[in-house]
Design a protein. Structure first.
Length: 255
């Protein structure tokens, strides 16, 4: 039987907040072959109330919180950079995999040549960053992200659509590795009408659904307002998710 050396991977991400890239990383690690890969995580900002840190700890994945010193005090930008560079220079890791623009900048500026670098682009950055940071700052960050990605050994996109946008708008050719989803048994739901009734929904109506994080850059507010404006009788919009915009959306949608 052929054996392979264990590959040590450091996943770099801003924080372990309950957001799309974090959940994708969590599911990846749940199914990672630990006989072939040894994962660890580095984060750069303080954990939020929605942190999934405990879920990663239950998987016995080491998490290096670079924003926090051993005495519990917060660490500045320079201290985080030095800690990250020291971590990568320790010889512990064969690969470092960045999952957000912040970690991308850290990886590009701190990685030694003997560590292979990977970056997953979860979105084409400019539209989202301009919503989050404003048109000027958002464009600057997006441009910096696109430049930094050219220094990565293996950039990948989380979907074919993201890879297509990079090619069309920036002439950056990257492979797409589509996000997986956690397997689940839906056989108990039966046919569509039975499933709708089980969920308390009227099978005679048409339903449009949004599933995702309710945050400003997702522009769910625009979706709700547009649906309310053009809606005809016989259809409903269902929004599934949570996040900072939930209260605003509930107010707009009404009872």
């Amino acid at each position: 039987m052929k054996t392979y050396p264990v590959i040590s991977i450091l996943y770099a991400i801003s924080s372990l907040a309950n957001e799309g890239p974090t959940r994708i990383l969590l599911n990846t690690l749940r199914h990672l072959d630990r006989t072939r890969y040894a994962p660890a995580i580095a984060t750069f900002t303080a954990e939020k109330e929605s942190s999934l840190l405990a879920d990663f700890e239950r998987l016995s994945v080491p998490v290096h919180q670079l924003s926090k010193a051993k005495n519990g005090q917060s660490v500045g930008l320079g201290g985080r950079f030095m800690a990250f560079r020291s971590l990568l220079s320790s010889g512990q890791f064969d690969v470092v995999h960045a999952h957000c623009p912040r970690s991308l900048f850290y990886v590009v500026s701190a990685s030694p040549r003997n560590v292979q670098t990977i970056y997953t682009a979860h979105v084409y950055p400019e539209p989202q960053f301009q919503v989050i940071h404003g048109p000027v700052k958002g464009r600057i960050i997006a441009t910096g992200s696109n430049i930094a990605m050219r220094f990565i050994d293996k950039p990948i996109a989380c979907a074919d659509s993201v890879a297509s946008e990079y090619l069309e708008k920036r002439s950056i050719r990257i492979d797409a590795v589509n996000n997986g989803i956690e397997g689940m048994d839906i056989s108990g739901l039966g046919d569509k009408n039975h499933a709708l009734k089980k969920l308390g929904l009227d099978p005679s109506r048409k339903y449009f659904m949004f599933v995702g994080r309710l945050s400003r850059e997702k522009r769910v507010e625009e979706l709700v307002r547009a649906f309310t404006a053009i809606n005809t009788h016989g259809s409903d919009l269902i929004v599934v998710g949570g996040g900072p915009e939930e209260a605003v959306l509930r107010e707009i949608a009404g009872p």
